[in-house]
Design a protein. Structure first.
Length: 231
């Protein structure tokens, strides 16, 4: 009984110093239920409560950081495995990939607007680069058959050069290709997260005299649907 009382008094003293249950149990080997019963009515002075609160905050922060590391490691493992699954793409696969990309993001010919050319707009530079690769290497267009227009929000007027350099660097093309810039009116209640340095505007890729190519793409899309059994 004396030993148990001594352990309880020691536990109470440690608690009043601001130690957590886990810290106390490392010093006093008792069950958590027993410790909880011993410390049920133990109070702390304000200063000690602050220490205890800070310990809990740091412990929570460490736990969050550990979970974040685990999530990143798990994600990277999935990414790497999936990347290896793709392997090397054939020319035909690149052709089909470009068709699907334009089907999703490109401008289509409308009944009330016949003769529309090929226009592809996106803010994802990798998507833009893939589409350009498709146009030049698969379709066989020359660079001077392709025009570019940068679209940015009006509040970035003073940073035009930054956007021109960004798209020039990402596409590997001369700055001379990016001299056309259009401004969009800002939405004051925007919930976009790609702002500040994360914002790079949108790039519109336009192919000169390309109504025939646009119709061919439409036909290719129909062929995919027909051979896949969609229609």
């Amino acid at each position: 009984m004396f030993v148990k009382t001594e352990l309880k008094n020691k536990a109470v003293a440690l608690r009043r110093e601001g130690n957590t249950y886990s810290e106390i149990m490392k010093i006093i080997p008792v069950a958590k239920s027993t410790l909880s019963e011993w410390l049920r009515e133990v109070g702390m002075v304000k200063e000690v409560k602050q220490i205890f609160t800070e310990k809990r905050r740091l412990a929570s922060l460490r736990g969050g950081q550990a979970k974040r590391r685990q999530r990143i490691e798990k994600s990277n493992k999935i990414f790497n495995t999936a990347e290896r699954e793709i392997g090397k793409l054939t020319r035909r696969e690149l052709w089909l990939l470009g068709i699907a990309l334009y089907w999703a993001e490109g401008s289509k010919e409308k009944e009330g607007r016949p003769g529309s050319g090929v226009i592809f707009v996106n803010s994802d530079y990798e998507m833009i680069v893939l589409f350009l690769k498709w146009l030049i290497e698969i379709i066989g267009l020359k660079e001077d058959e392709i025009r570019f227009e940068i679209y940015i929000h009006d509040s970035y007027r003073n940073e035009v050069t930054r956007f021109q350099r960004y798209w020039s660097q990402k596409t590997g093309l001369s700055l001379n290709y990016f001299d056309t810039v259009y401004y969009k009116r800002n939405k004051f209640n925007t919930k976009r997260k790609n702002i500040g340095d994360l914002y790079n505007g949108q790039l519109r890729v336009k192919v000169s005299r390309s109504s025939t190519l646009n119709r061919r793409i439409t036909g290719w899309v129909r062929g995919i649907n027909k051979n896949w059994g969609v229609v």
